[in-house]
Design a protein around this ligand. Sequence first.
Ligand SMILES: [Zn+2]
Length: 392
Amino acid sequence: MSIQHVENEVVAFLQKLVQTPSLSGDLSGIADIVEFKMKELDFDEVWRDEVGNVIARKRGSAPGANLLFDAHMDVVQTGNLSRWHHPPFGGELDRGRVWGRGATDTKASLAGMVVGLGRMPRESFCGTVCVTGSLEEEVIEGAALAAVLDAVQPDGVIVGEPTDCRLAIGHKGRCRMVFTFEGRSAHTSSPQAGENAIRKMTAAARRIEAIPLLSDSLLGSNVMEPIIVTSSPNPNASTVPDHCRLIYDRRLVRGETPESVLAAHRAALSDLSGWSVAYEHLEIESYTGWAYRAPDFHAAWAVDPDSEWVRRAQAGLEQAGLPPVVYTAPYCTNAAVSAGERGIPSVVFGPSSIALAHIADEYIEVEELRRGMHGFVGLAQSLSRFKGSQPV
Ligand SMILES: [Zn+2]
């Protein structure tokens, strides 16, 4: 099969993926499309797990590493339809671009992995490569991928997200912290008879903002950004609120754990009373009925820029004709579980730019999609000769 044919095939498959809406919780249709395509290509096994992830496996011609390529199948909402000039689920090919929700985030990576690795000659790589279309990344990073990691036990993981075909060797983690303040209601004409929960919140917020940020030599420092404030009773005329909630989005650096972050905040607010802090709990139920509930905490990670793993990944990109640029990504991905929680060597790589994700008129350049597909193949061929810290 000619390169030209494969390059056309990846574009057509991306169009098909974009034309199949895959909003969170409703991923049965996209899973069918991905499974069908995987079966059409040259994989040894294709299966679905109980979560609903679709997985394909292909063995190379010699012993080597066991690699997992992951891209999520779910997309975010379209937002205001009047802002779209191309239908969000049209998958139109126009002016050298494929248009629609998910074209960049992350159906391009998924198409590049499935077609690129599915058509990759067996003599060209070692070990085993698995490709998964995973679920619900936009809701909880890594929760669904965890089941695939259990099943595949990979030596290395390549997470497909828009990096402009650069190699992301780490990223900050993130968590969402909910501070709750309890007071006592009173008539607002005599607030001293009660205890205003909003005043408690503002006093606490000043302490929170004064906690020094931690810094990380590769990832930079924490971000601690307030995003939601609510109080009650509300609306309710002339009543001193007895309850207030303040939610922060925190970007985490390496070494921070669920316990360490809470402990630092409890210490800083220890002389205040009537408040508590916890992580927000997220819940998902997949199309197979699999239900998951967990605190919204995702660890930071980075791999050693001088490691054999990174060197081989760079060599793979060069082999694909791409510059071997290494950086750390500004956003959080499924690698928070593969690398952040489990310590499996990981990289994030994919075509297109994060600036084109989650926007109206999302698109990807066809040329960029092709570069990404060749990048995945180069990574598979080079990294499959890596195992532990040693070449195989
Ligand atoms: Zn996204």
